[in-house]
Ligand binder design. Structure first.
Ligand SMILES: Nc1ncnc2c1ncn2[C@@H]1O[C@H](COP(=O)(O)OP(=O)(O)O)[C@@H](O)[C@H]1O
Ligand SMILES: [Mg+2]
Length: 391
């Protein structure tokens, strides 16, 4: 099957500049708009153009792994083998690496790296609070992503890291995750829990006031005494690690706010999603985060030139038949109707794009990715999007 590529909907020049000049590109946006796909396409583009790129994804659906043809994509960095590119006739000048962030294992890595000795490490691993904390606490996934980004950036092995963001929750949660995690350390309620005797006195009143739902939820599975022992042990063993959290959180924030980084907001052409995207842009500005532009994904484009929509069905049937495609007039009419409906969608999307352009101002890059009639789950599909985006 062939992938036909039309003319790009927008000029990919600004986006090309970004992926060729930055060290970190972050794709944010509402759920399901195409963040994972866009991240992979941007990484592929930079690799084709000669950079050594890592796409760091958080995609439990494993679509990216399928697209890149690496079944075993996991918590380790893996290079996309050159044979994968050969198979679809691509010759990257650089290298494409990918990694799928596994929240639990990323947190375990932190424990490995920062716990003072093997005994403490084991105590943390065995602790039920830790098990809960590292998998279920809201914001942990975002926090892990930030920690991993920090580590990879510091190691400096890649020219560019493209960060995909988690599928659920608020799109910009992860920006706040390091700060929130660091704040938790200074939360006085947590501080006093380092001292179990004080905690014991307050048990019943104080503990339930701290407002951290993970504690509340976990408590319901323990008896009072068990809970205190377990929590006390978790906090005293984990304390060593808390200390590094704040400084790394501050550093990763600095990097994200600096000009080595660019944030792209991915959106669909749906007006409601576009409103969300504009809201995110304001939030980024409030947070002093460099904004690279909007990527409007799945933009419909017309099937036929508008004037051809008026062609009589009989002529279409005849033309197709002369190309060896047996189509009767009824089917030809259906094809025309379908093309007409596509024209309506294309008009609506063009209208939304234009409105976004007007409101965002002429300096803001707005890149459109066409709607692809097939799901994108192969390197070939990613290359199709890349060509449609960058020309
Ligand atoms: N331009 C496009 N045309 C058609 N399908 C697309 C396009 N971009 C993404 N998709 C498909 O839409 C689904 C959601 O995309 P994904 O990148 O996983 O979104 P997100 O990461 O924002 O949740 C996937 O099945 C993907 O293959
Ligand atoms: Mg995704």
């Amino acid at each position: 099957m062939t992938w036909t590529i039309g003319a790009p909907l927008t000029d990919g020049g600004k986006l090309d500049d970004i992926v060729m000049s930055r060290r970190i590109v972050v794709c944010v946006g509402s759920g399901g708009v195409g963040k994972t796909t866009t991240s992979a396409v941007l990484a592929l583009h930079a690799a084709m153009r000669g950079r050594k790129v890592l796409v760091l994804t958080i995609d439990p659906a494993r679509r990216l792994a399928n697209s890149l043809g690496v079944a075993e994509l996991d918590n380790e960095e893996r290079q996309i083998p050159i044979e994968q590119f050969d198979a679809v006739g691509l010759e990257p000048k650089g290298e494409l690496w990918a990694m799928m962030l596994d929240m639990k294992r990323s947190f375990d890595r932190l424990v490995d790296r920062y716990s003072p000795d093997a005994e403490t490490r084991q105590k943390i691993y065995d602790n039920r609070f830790y098990q809960y904390f590292s998998t279920s606490l809201a914001g942990t996934q975002e926090y892990s992503a930030m920690e991993r980004l920090h580590e990879l950036y510091e190691e400096g092995d890649y020219d560019l890291i493209v960060l995909d963001t988690p599928p659920s929750g608020h799109a910009l949660d992860f920006l706040e995750a390091p700060r929130r995690m660091a704040d938790a350390i200074e939360n006085s309620a947590l501080q006093w829990m380092y001292r179990p005797s004080l905690a014991a006195r307050k048990f019943g009143a104080g503990l339930f006031n701290i407002g951290t739902t993970y504690v509340l939820k976990t408590i319901s599975r323990f008896t009072g005494a068990e809970m205190l022992t377990e929590l006390g042990s978790f906090l005293s063993n984990f304390r060593h690690m808390f200390e590094g959290f704040r400084s790394r959180a501050r550093h990763v924030r600095e990097v994200l706010s600096s000009d080595v980084t660019s944030f792209l907001i991915v959106t669909s052409p749906d007006p409601i999603t576009v409103d969300e995207a504009r809201f995110m842009r304001r939030r980024l500005a409030e947070e002093n985060i460099p904004f690279g532009g909007f990527v409007v994904n799945r933009v419909h484009r017309p099937y036929l030139p508008r004037e051809e929509l008026e062609t009589p069905a009989s002529e279409i049937a005849e033309a197709l038949s002369s190309h060896g495609v047996a189509v009767d007039e009824v089917l030809a009419q259906k094809l025309l109707d379908n093309a007409g409906e596509f024209q309506i969608l294309a008009d609506l999307d063009a209208f939304t794009l234009e409105a976004l352009r007007e409101r965002a101002g002429s300096r803001v890059a707005i890149q459109a990715v066409p709607y692809c009639s097939r799901d994108i789950h192969s390197l070939e599909g990613l290359e199709w999007v890349r060509k449609s985006l960058f020309g």
